[in-house]
Design a protein. Structure first.
Length: 308
C-alpha cells in the first residue's frame, strides 16, 4: 500500500483505448486550442480598441475572453501532447496544480456568466438606473469576487482530493486531472469527498444557474411588454448570445458535478468534458461576435481601415 505522499506521478489514460484516433485527437485539440486563443484574443483587442465598447457588458465579455484563454490553456496543450507523443505521465504536483487552476477558472466562469446575466437584467429591466447601478467599482468588485469564489472552491476541491491515498495502479481514466477522475483512482473511502464535491460544486452551479434563470425570466417578461417590435428585437439580440453560452456551459457542467454518482461513469465523462474544457471556450468568441451587431460593426470598421 502506497500513501499519497509516496506517489510521484499519475498516468492519464483518457481515450487511450482508441489507438487509431490518437493523431486525429491531437490535431483536433491543437486546432481548437489555436482557434480559442486567436478568437478570444481578437475579442479582447476589438473591445479595447473601440471606445464605444467600453461599457460594463463588454468589460465582462473582455474578462470572459481572458478567462477562456486561461481555462483552455490549463487542459488542451497537455492533452494534445499526450495524444500526439504519448506523453501521458503527469507528476503528482503537476496533477494537483492542473486540478487547482482548472477548478479556479471553471468556477470563476460560472460566476462570470451569472454576473453577465445580472448586467443584462439591469440594462433591460432598469435602463434609467443602469449607469448608476453598474458603475465601475461594482463591475471590478464582481470580477474580483468571482475569482475569489473560484479560489475558495478550488482550494477545497484540490485539498480534499489530494488528502486521499492512492494505491496500486496510478492510472487516471481521463485526459486531465479532473476531481471525479482522480477521486475514482484512490483506494481510500471517497464518500466524504463525493459529499463535499456535491455540496460545494452543486451549490455553486445551482446558485449561479438560478441567478441566470431568474434574471432571464424578468428579462423575457420585460421584453414581451415592450411596445414596439424593433425595441423587442434589439433587446432580445443583446441577450440571445449570452443565453446560448449559458445553456452550453451549465448543461454540461451540471451533468458532471451537480448530480450524485458523478465519479461512477469516467468513460462517459471524458466525452462530456471535451465540451466544457475545449469546445465552449472556442465557441464563446464566435457566439458573442456573430450574434452581436456592435462587435460585428467594430470588427468591420477595423478590417476596412486595414484595407480588407
Amino acid at each position: 500500500m502506497e500513501s499519497h505522499a509516496n506517489i510521484t506521478e499519475f498516468i492519464l489514460t483518457g481515450f487511450k483505448s482508441h489507438p487509431g484516433s490518437q493523431f486525429f485527437l491531437s490535431v483536433l485539440f491543437s486546432t481548437m486550442y489555436i482557434v480559442t486563443v486567436v478568437g478570444n484574443a481578437c475579442m479582447i483587442l476589438i473591445i479595447r480598441m473601440d471606445s464605444k465598447l467600453h461599457t460594463p457588458m463588454y468589460f465582462f465579455l473582455e474578462n470572459l475572453s481572458i478567462l477562456d484563454i486561461c481555462y483552455s490553456s490549463v487542459i488542451t496543450p497537455k492533452a494534445a501532447l499526450a495524444f500526439s507523443l504519448g506523453r501521458r505521465i503527469i507528476s503528482y504536483n503537476g496533477c494537483a496544480s492542473q486540478m487547482f487552476f482548472f477548478s479556479l477558472f471553471g468556477t470563476t466562469e460560472a460566476f462570470f456568466l451569472a454576473v453577465m446575466a445580472y448586467d443584462r437584467f439591469t440594462a433591460i429591466c432598469n435602463p434609467l438606473l443602469y449607469q448608476i447601478i453598474m458603475n465601475k467599482r461594482l463591475c471590478v468588485f464582481m470580477v474580483v469576487g468571482s475569482y475569489l469564489s473560484g479560489c475558495i472552491n478550488c482550494t477545497i476541491q484540490t485539498g480534499f482530493t489530494f488528502s486521499l491515498s492512492f494505491c496500486g495502479p496510478k492510472e487516471i481514466n481521463h485526459f486531465f486531472c479532473d476531481v471525479p477522475a482522480v477521486m475514482h483512482t484512490s483506494c481510500s473511502d471517497t464518500l466524504v469527498n463525493e459529499i463535499v464535491m456535491l455540496a460545494v460544486c452543486g451549490s455553486i452551479i445551482v446558485g449561479t444557474a438560478l441567478v441566470v434563470f431568474i434574471s432571464y425570466v424578468y428579462i423575457i417578461i420585460t421584453i414581451v411588454q415592450m411596445p414596439s417590435a424593433e425595441s423587442r428585437h434589439r433587446a432580445f439580440s443583446t441577450c440571445s448570445s449570452h443565453m446560448l453560452a449559458v445553456s452550453l456551459f451549465f448543461g454540461t457542467v451540471f451533468f458532471m458535478y451537480a448530480q450524485p454518482g458523478a465519479t461512477s461513469s469516467p468513460d462517459k465523462s471524458n466525452t462530456i468534458s471535451i465540451l466544457y474544457t475545449v469546445v465552449i471556450p472556442m465557441l464563446n468568441p464566435f457566439i458573442y461576435t456573430l450574434r452581436n451587431k456592435e462587435v460585428k460593426g467594430s470588427l468591420k470598421k477595423r478590417l476596412k481601415r486595414k484595407g480588407f
